[in-house]
Write a protein that binds this ligand. Sequence first.
Ligand SMILES: *[C@@H]1O[C@H](CO)[C@@H](O)[C@H](O)[C@H]1NC(C)=O
Ligand SMILES: *[C@@H]1O[C@H](CO)[C@@H](O)[C@H](O)[C@H]1NC(C)=O
Ligand SMILES: *[C@@H]1O[C@H](CO)[C@@H](O)[C@H](O)[C@H]1NC(C)=O
Length: 413
Amino acid sequence: MMLLGRYRNGKLLLLSFSLLLVLCTYLYRKHGKPTKSHYNVMVWWNPYVKQLDYHRKCGEVECRFTSDRKAQKDPFFTGYLFHGKKMSIHDMPANRRIDQYWGLYHDASPRNAPFLLHSLDIFNFSSTFSRHSTVPLTLQSFTTLEELINYKNMYTFGLKTSFQKKMKLAPVLYIQSHCDTLTGRELYVKELGKHISIDSYGNCLKNKTFPDGITYDSIDFEDTRNFYEYVSKYKFIIVYQDIICEDYIADKFWKSLSLGIVPIYFGATNIRNYLPNPNSAILIDDFATPFDLAQFISQASNNEDLYTSFLYHKTLDMYPISNQLLVNAIFKEDIYYLADRKTRSIVEFECTACVQSFHQEKLQTQQKELSCELPYFPPGNFTLKALPRVRKFVERARMEATIMHKMAGVSET
Ligand SMILES: *[C@@H]1O[C@H](CO)[C@@H](O)[C@H](O)[C@H]1NC(C)=O
Ligand SMILES: *[C@@H]1O[C@H](CO)[C@@H](O)[C@H](O)[C@H]1NC(C)=O
Ligand SMILES: *[C@@H]1O[C@H](CO)[C@@H](O)[C@H](O)[C@H]1NC(C)=O
């Protein structure tokens, strides 16, 4: 009895010891290096707004983000964040230290920051349209799932056909005010316009004006509604991007799908991964010439069954989106119910940067995250006149990238 009791006590003691050990390990893991305060300062060298200064709790780390460059002297300073659009080779931090993190936030076309095409590797983390970036913004301009599949904001084939006649609308809509693209957009559209009629309301190839009370790019909500209501009377819209990169999809693409206007698309080389259904857009790359494309548009414009087959995301009640990749992306980016996506992506980018630099993780953005093709033109050779412009852009991108590499203290790769 005695012996058994002592034995049992010993066992209890052992148990308590192991419990204590587990607890200590847990506490140590949870709080990391116990001497260092969980505080971090990051400076937005080029902030996404004019100026900013705030604290954020990112998991266990308290982070201060500020556009005050003097904060680089703070003992808890770990690195810089850059808004790509506002970066300039003439204004970069000097003498980068080896332990200084750089983060890139770029939610726009790479056209606005040419050096990115060759100097993405100066950063430790990135947030761009590329699905490979640290915090991807690929679906940043996606509308909402509800808007995409809701058929209430859409006109039927029959109504669109009658608008065409009554209001003298062309089957194809084109609204573009930036004409000198790297992809020869206006050259292609001009040729296409010889074979099918296109209503062009923007500065490029303009041949039509909006009726009174409708303006484009208005910030007035009521006006925007009128605008969308008006353009959704069209059967097709040209969505032809100014630069071709994987995962880079223009806002106009998602908006068109949501309004039930069929996009005639030239853009992301992997756009098929994002189409709700295989038939959700007419891809310019699939046609040997603008003439062939025009013939197909004309056919689809006059055949209800063919036309409606482009709008399954609107017309099918069950499984309106057959593309599982898109469904996964929507749920992964957790965006289908969020209206204020931009704010959320900035929070995520800031916190990722703050936490990763706090833990001193070894990270470097890879250039291949951004895969753009320059030059890249549609078939048919109607855009070759844009080639000199592309060459100039590529040259400038290389030159700026070389300077960026020098300033970032990263050797040329
Ligand atoms: C401009 O107007 C003409 C005549 O209506 C039309 O045929 C053409 O397709 C239009 N669009 C462009 C981009 O040329
Ligand atoms: C941060 O990136 C730079 C250049 O991209 C690299 O040289 C440096 O080693 C990176 N820092 C860490 C801690 O990974
Ligand atoms: C485009 O140009 C290339 C080289 O100049 C030529 O080989 C090709 O046949 C042309 N294609 C068309 C459709 O005209």
